[in-house]
Write a protein that binds this ligand. Structure first.
Ligand code: AMP
Ligand code: TRP
Length: 338
């Protein structure tokens, strides 16, 4: 617990490094939509994080618009929440440098995402990939965000952001200058798995196109991917315990539950004893019902990049005012001449 007394605020971000998928929607974007009426919300397209691994410049710009379109199409209202891109608010990079001097090498050494993304040849990974979490801490803390909606895979990065906030406050005898941001992870959809392998996370970098349901997939593509999804020969169990050791079945039940607003138990009460021949079409129906309209809106928005650019730039102006005020105070605290 801290004695932080500032307002409750939300910040989250998504990397423009590939197509938006069902995992991004259920683990993150859907929560963003719900939170916008509860707190002051900042939703960022983290283009500076994306370039920690190589991005083709023309694609990076298009993908930045793609994420902005997903935010809007899912129901984030740019008059209510602030939608912007990270690189347009220089304060993120400024604070990240100071956080590089607060965070310890040992903390970054423990980050599993770096190990996963750098692979065996970590000598060849970018320095940015290694310091990724201090930039993420800066994204959050430059707004003094108190709540961060993310999927389960971001837990460790959030812990590091809390550690950075706590150490900064202690090192500079500025108790409660930064809040210790709370992760908002729980809830159905926090970890959606690949349709081809129930033990691997659904991800935009999956080599198999069949593994991932993209928000821009049309009804036909959704139906085909679900039909082909890996399963096992058993019918669905009637109770949760029966899903253990059946990761693919558990994932499909979880997706149905997350989209229908039911619990896994309710879904199994309805479908227990049925084979996938009955369950998959029902699942495809609900995915099409909930996702296809978002995809349609995204496609229309992406036809108008100048509108998307306006949304991002005016968001960046609003975000910049808050972020710059924090950096000014931080410079004072650290002992820079201001
Ligand atoms: P990324 O696509 O890695 O930039 O992630 C953007 C947001 O989506 C983060 O909050 C992630 O935790 C979330 N996310 C990504 N993949 C999944 C998944 N398979 N299941 C649930 N949430 C996810
Ligand atoms: N690391 C996050 C991801 O890959 C993206 C991200 C960057 C983020 N900055 C953030 C998420 C700040 C939440 C808050 O998913």
């Amino acid at each position: 617990m801290t004695g932080y007394k500032g307002p409750e605020r939300v910040l989250s971000g998504i990397q423009p490094s590939g197509g938006m998928h069902l995992g991004n929607y259920l683990g993150a974007i859907r929560k963003f939509v719900d939170l916008q009426t509860e707190m002051d919300c900042f939703y960022c397209v983290v283009d500076m994080h994306a370039i920690t691994v190589w991005q083709d410049p023309a694609k990076l710009r298009a993908q930045t618009f793609h994420i902005a379109a997903a935010y809007l199409a899912a129901g984030i209202d740019p008059k209510v929440a602030t939608i912007f891109h990270q690189s347009a608010v220089a304060a993120h990079a400024e604070l990240a440098w100071i956080f590089n001097c607060v965070a310890r090498l040992g903390w970054l050494d423990r980050m599993t995402q770096f190990k996963d993304k750098a692979g065996k040849d970590k000598e060849r990974a970018s320095v940015g990939l290694y310091t990724y979490p201090t930039l993420m801490a800066s994204d959050i803390l430059v707004y003094k965000a108190t709540h961060v909606p993310v999927g389960d895979d971001q837990k460790q990065h959030l812990e590091l952001a809390r550690d950075v906030a706590g150490k900064f406050n202690r090192d500079f005898s500025a108790p409660d200058f930064f809040p210790l941001p709370e992760p908002l992870i729980k809830g159905p959809g926090a970890r959606i798995m690949s349709l081809r392998d129930g033990t691997a996370k659904m991800s935009k970098s999956d080599p198999s196109d069949q593994a991932t349901i993209y928000l821009t997939d049309d009804a036909d593509a959704i139906l085909k991917k679900i039909k082909k999804a890996k399963t096992d020969p058993e019918p669905l169990p009637s109770e949760i315990a029966g899903l253990s050791g059946r990761p693919e079945a558990a994932n499909l039940v979880g997706i149905y539950a997350a989209l229908s607003g039911k619990s896994d138990e309710d879904v199994l009460r309805e479908f227990g004893g049925s084979g996938f021949g009955r369950f998959k079409p029902a699942l495809a129906d609900i995915v099409v019902e909930k996702i296809a309209p978002i995809g349609d809106r995204m496609r229309r928005l992406e036809e108008d990049p100048s509108y998307l650019r306006d949304v991002l730039i005016s968001g960046a102006q609003k975000a910049g005012a808050t972020a710059e005020a924090t950096v000014r105070d931080v410079k004072e605290i650290v002992g820079f001449v201001v």
